[in-house]
Ligand binder design. Sequence first.
Ligand code: NI
Length: 158
Amino acid sequence: MAIRNIREEGDEILKKKSKEVDVVDDKIRELINDMVETMHKYDGVGLAAVQVGILKRILVIDLYDEKPIIKLINPVIVKTKGEQEVDEGCLSFPNKYAKVKRPKEIVVEGLNEHGQKIKIVGTDLLAQALAHEIDHLDGKLFVDKMIPGTLEVVKNNG
Ligand code: NI
């Protein structure tokens, strides 16, 4: 396992569309393990592969709620319901926060790290995280859909 460099604001790769994973093999599993380690290192709740410079449709999410870490390959949103206005940040925008509108509930299908089909039903924070990370796979960033006037820029302490 290894910590990978997180691509940050201004890196053009963040605006690119990621490609589907054809075969879920050990190399993909190694990438997923690295993504989890990197997400934890920076106290994130989610990370998409593009954020470590890999244009593959892979995301990881950990809400630190005792539930298993979500590791999802080729995710597809099959249903959304309702709407929530939420505060949001992103590991690629370490000093920025804003309000965005996200679905209140979301149903996503994809593959797990063993290549098996899985379905995840997320509400509230999980729905937000899934929508945010899947946006990353299409090169969409939260700062592009924030509610005008809600951007907060936090200064570093150091
Ligand atoms: Ni993000």
